[in-house]
Design a protein around this ligand. Structure first.
Ligand code: AMP
Length: 188
């Protein structure tokens, strides 16, 4: 049960939980957002192509994202399992992930959705922006991210539910509580 997708709205703690759960399961944590940010910092072609979408709170086009994920999942460390954080995010990426994994002779085991109240999340992200001096995380951009998640990513939850792969975990509570819930959900 180690080929896992972790989903959840912005601010729900998905990234933090993905790191913790990957550590506990001994598999790599693969975050598309982190790979994009690393490419931006290193000034690669991929980084500069992704930058303007990311800064507007929009999704990077599937073509760029899919190529990057294909490359990453083909690395030897992902052969025994992985936690995918931030991918798939669109219906087209669901099919693409199926295709990538079947090309590697494997498939997904579970999809975990961390759930949380939208207004609570907007508040958390605004606080984080203030504390960390992220001036570009305005309320407008944060709300745009929530809307993009609802429109483009929520439908994926229904797809995986239909496949009987989905587990939902309440994201409210301490970091440790939520990690324990995710691990328990994966064992059930
Ligand atoms: P994250 O760190 O997961 O919140 O991702 C940060 C940003 O990276 C997102 O707001 C998108 O602009 C971009 N991104 C990450 N993953 C994807 C994806 N699967 N498809 C398109 N854009 C993505």
């Amino acid at each position: 049960m180690t080929r896992i997708v972790l989903m959840g709205p912005p601010g729900a703690g998905k990234g933090t939980q993905a790191v913790k759960v990957a550590e506990r399961l001994g598999v790599p944590h693969i975050s598309t957002g982190a790979i994009f940010r690393a490419n931006m910092a290193a000034g690669t072609e991929l980084g500069s192509a992704a930058e303007r979408y990311m800064q507007a709170g929009e999704y990077v086009p599937d073509k760029l994202t899919n190529a990057m994920v294909t490359e990453r999942l083909s690395q030897p460390d992902a052969a025994g399992g992985f936690i995918l954080d931030g991918y798939p995010r669109t219906v087209a990426q669901v099919s693409e992930l199926d295709r990538i994994l079947s090309g590697l002779g494997t498939r997904l085991d579970r999809v975990v959705e961390i759930t949380a109240d939208v207004e609570e999340l907007v508040g958390r992200l605004l606080n984080r922006a203030l504390e960390q001096g992220r001036a570009d995380d305005t309320e407008e951009v944060i709300r745009r991210r929530m809307a993009v998640y609802a429109q483009q990513t929520e439908p994926l939850v229904r797809i995986y539910e239909g496949r009987g792969m989905l587990v939902q975990v309440d994201g409210m509570g301490s970091m440790e509580e939520v990690t324990d819930r995710v691990l328990a959900a994966l064992e059930s």
